[in-house]
Design a protein around this ligand. Sequence first.
Ligand code: GUN
Ligand code: ZN
Length: 431
Amino acid sequence: MTTPRFALRGDLLDFTADPGLDALDGAGVRLRRDHWLLVERGRIVGAQAEAPGEDWQQFDHAGRLILPGFIDTHVHSAQVDVIGSWGTQLLDWLETHTFPAEMRFADPVHALQMSHLFLQSLLAHGTTAACVFPTVHAASVEALFEAAHARGMRIIGGKVLMDRHAPPELCDEAEHAEKECHALIERWHGHGRIAYAVTPRFAPTSSDAQLAMAGRLVRHHPGLYMQTHVAENTDEVRWVHELFPAARSYLDVYAAHGLLNERAVLAHGIWLDDTDRAQIRDAGAQIAFCPSSNLFLGSGAFPWHKTRDAGVAVSLASDVGGGTSLAMRRTMLDAYEVQASLQQRVTAFALLHAATRGAARALQLGHEIGSLEAGAMADFCIWDWATTPLATRRQAVARDLHEKLFAWVALADEHDLAETWVAGVRRYQRT
Ligand code: GUN
Ligand code: ZN
């Protein structure tokens, strides 16, 4: 489906400003009921209430919801095989389940097959852009980028850096890793919609020398992203204090190596203190809140309100395979439930914003993804409000937009997604 100029009819929902975490007044929420979204050469060029002329190919989805594609700011392409692995917390889980699955990505054929499966699954859940960890193997990065490029997806990722406390098959030393990173950056960063992220897995699996190398890469190529894990689990935090006794905090290990900037995506950030949060805010970095993973691995409850109050940008992420689903709506419901356990509330507006415009802006990509604004890439999804009798009934009694949206998130059924479009091309269609 490569029509250069077309229009889609439906209820267009996106955000023009941050709606806040708990406000129900709908500020910043833009619902354009029964409008036509105009798309030309892969970009959104406008939206209007009246049907466009016959020189526009028309797709009528009246009564359906059209949303920007979701953005998953932290997910592992090599962890499909470990989703729902029973019985462990983070450090055990890595050893028992995750490292063995990642070792299989040494095989480029396996890596490519799994990358296709992973990306097609993202699209089948309404996610069109993501920050992704493949593995330490350069072939796993090539495979991810090749499969993403073939779909025109906005994917940010990079070779996972580890040189200690992991199986030897998943480690490499700093000099070799640096060479491989340079080659991958040359080949892929800015190629189509691919961006490279310097990706030290987490402080415990990198030596000082490797973190210094990661810092050099970030300094050397100013447009790169940086992604890692921080303060996810209390045993992990204790271990980092033992391994880096000179650091003020876990976060400080990254800061000391020049890894915090406005393109840094820090997964989890549950066990940070006020000084850490201020440091993240000042750097302009963001936290990827991974509620499904945090619940599944028993890591703790991320304090979203406290983090927001400190001025830190927070996006939402599945963290598959620690997380149990690629579906951002399930992630949103988990986020709501985690906040409820802290006696706090977040609205459906806040949740949807965090997975669209909020994430896009935190990634410095607000002009390209996360909205249905003219000029943005045509990455969007067409959703049914309900596809089961139960959800249909629930929607019928919902009294206002917020109630409808919140119930839509809470009752998420994967069959709700009718189509996913990336850069103006239909890449997923419900069968
Ligand atoms: N910390 C270091 N590696 C990982 C990982 O693969 N998943 C999660 N959830 N945390 C990590
Ligand atoms: Zn992770």
